[in-house]
Design a protein around this ligand. Sequence first.
Ligand SMILES: Cc1ncc(COP(=O)(O)O)c(C=O)c1O
Length: 338
Amino acid sequence: MTGSLLARFLLRRSPPPQSQFIFQRGISQSAAERTKDNVAAEPPVLPPFDYVPPSYSGPSGDHVLAKRREYLSPSIMHFYKSPLNIVEGKKQYLFDENGRRYVDAFGGIATVCCGHCHPDVVSAIVDQTKKLQHSTVLYLNHAVADFAEALAGKLPGDLKVAFFTNSGTEANELAMMIARLYTGCHDIISIRNSYHGNAGGTMGATAQSIWKFNVVQSGVHHAVNPDPYRGLFGSDGAKYARDVQEIINFGTSGNVAAFISEAIQGVGGIVELVTDRELKTPAKVETLHVMDQMKELGVLIGKGGYYGNVFRITPPLCFSKEDADFVVDAMDYTLSRM
Ligand SMILES: Cc1ncc(COP(=O)(O)O)c(C=O)c1O
């Protein structure tokens, strides 16, 4: 990577386990440690994949975009300067309208954890849909009970009862409701910079202004985010814990229904890109630029963070070591040319 760029474009913070590969591959190295020899001359090439999609004859991306603008809510946004028209998916890869293949390093977030169009998943869906497409819990059917039993067999401890919902928002709404009913308390403690969903209760628990509307959101108190990089108390865990206790003591009746926290703040982001190490200036424009360039190389990643300066890399489980190496090479190649 060229020194001048790297000096400006710094990847900071202690690497969490899932981003070790980025650091190991040298993106966080200081400019002085890098030499011209490290810079790859040729763009990296996607790992081979034994599948060619049938040619696509549906509407073009421009057509779809125009239709979305006319018939869908303007709140729906899209990634990339030139939006992608994705028409097919297979395992860890997606194909656009021109048959171009991309490695999906983003879609593994809940929706395609076992990859796109996994044949076992597809055939289970097709088989069930042919027999019975929808029913109500007021009638019996073995499928949902079998699934709950199978899940219980894999979960630890007392986690033996399932309550199925359609989304993360619904799951968290339900969890908050159950906690409030069970404890008889209304107050819930959440953490700043968190994201828990966008319905009434979960928007209250969410603590980023960009994901909140100005509507009544009662009974959630937001504790200081224990963030070693930007957090008020740095890495002093005891101080963050004391903040939670103070909220309970001085902001509630002394009892709370629940404490809700993500294990890792996915939307809030954990490894920031900054353009100035001292000022911690968010590299917002640069993050968008890298995403666009990576797309051109055949890699799809997401972005997040309150300042829009965090990459969200959440590949499906069938992502291989070759894919991971390719993604890192593509990022290295992109950063070295900025
Ligand atoms: C941590 C977390 N909780 C809840 C949600 C909401 O899930 P959904 O979009 O399925 O409603 C998300 C979605 O990104 C999330 O990241």
